[in-house]
Design a protein around this ligand. Sequence first.
Ligand code: C5P
Length: 397
Amino acid sequence: MARILLIIGGGIAAYKAAELVRHARKGGHEVTPVLTDGAQHFVTPMSLAALAESPVYTSLWDLKDEVEMGHIELSRAADHVLVCPATAGLIAKMAAGLATDLATTLLLATDKPVTVAPAMNVRMWEHPATQRNIAQLRADGINVLDPDEGPMACGEFGPGRLPDPEAILAALPLGDATTPPLAGAEGPLTGKHVLVTAGPTHEPIDPVRVLANKSSGKQGFAIAQAAAAAGARVTLIAGPVSLPTPFGVSRIDVTTAQEMHDAVMTSLPADVAVMVAAVADWRPQPSDKKLKKGDGPLELKFSSNPDILATLGEHPDRPGLLIGFAAETHDVIENAKGKRERKKADWIVANDVSGDVMGGDRNTIHLVTADRVDDWEEATKHAVAQKLIDRISDTIS
Ligand code: C5P
């Protein structure tokens, strides 16, 4: 249970803040909403007060509130401050340190961890000024979430959508809200080291070309994030993906399967290893020079890459709980069972990738363990991550 000060900016995504309040309350958190003037054009203080079962604050000049609770106290009474949605304007004010209304004053006055969930038109998001402001917020130690990509209310397509309320809540380091969930934070995985691989690997063909696959890294990053929020020390070994590092996670970027293998081995020992990466099984012998059209028809000779999961299965420092993934398009469970035995893993998380799982935000999972198979309902990758981390926590604690 945490106390969240929720600052709602004036954008079309403000209605999703109402949904977030509902989820947060269901999760047992207390929410105190603060609305900017703009936000009140999209959602009313009345509906938020009803959902949050809390007073809602809108103005610095509300003297009654200053008597009962001044803005300094309000900014510190929470465990965590969440700005959702954060508009381009609000982000710019935060980056500049402006205090022009209640929301921006609270953001300057707080001594609590702050998470920002931006939502805006794609051009506004991509504008160099916004990107500069985001970089500034991150440099200031603020946990800035990346927006989702997709069709937008304004009819355009691209990054700028507010992530699902569930995903935003999962991204809040609420385990011990006063400290980022680095080593030592309180939670069911406190004191444990969790090693996660994520994303694809790229195998060079020549200096400018690679062999790759469609893994986005989203599921592995969500697992790393959920593990950190559960108090674990997390090492995330990531192939080439364009995802932000989850809060409190220590990340090692690699390109090839061999590099990923080496990074995993040097990160041992670990209590839990979750090998989510879609590692290339083979690598070509790369050409030193860029191949030219005239060089074709082209023949590539492949050699096998090390199997990281299988190596861990037989390693003297084998993690106590070793978990692999199996992306399959057919005979999902049978293939996963075979993989579990062959690679000496404890669990295999099998997912059917015949649809748009790769790169998408949802996943359907079958958890294959030594004695049973659990079929999980389709859910967001963040919800899958949380469920897996809960299961891991129950198993190893
Ligand atoms: O054999 P397959 O690639 O389907 O196995 C998938 C599982 O094995 C995943 O957990 C993946 O991260 C892991 N793997 C690995 N190293 C490889 C190939 C797969 O760790 N070279």
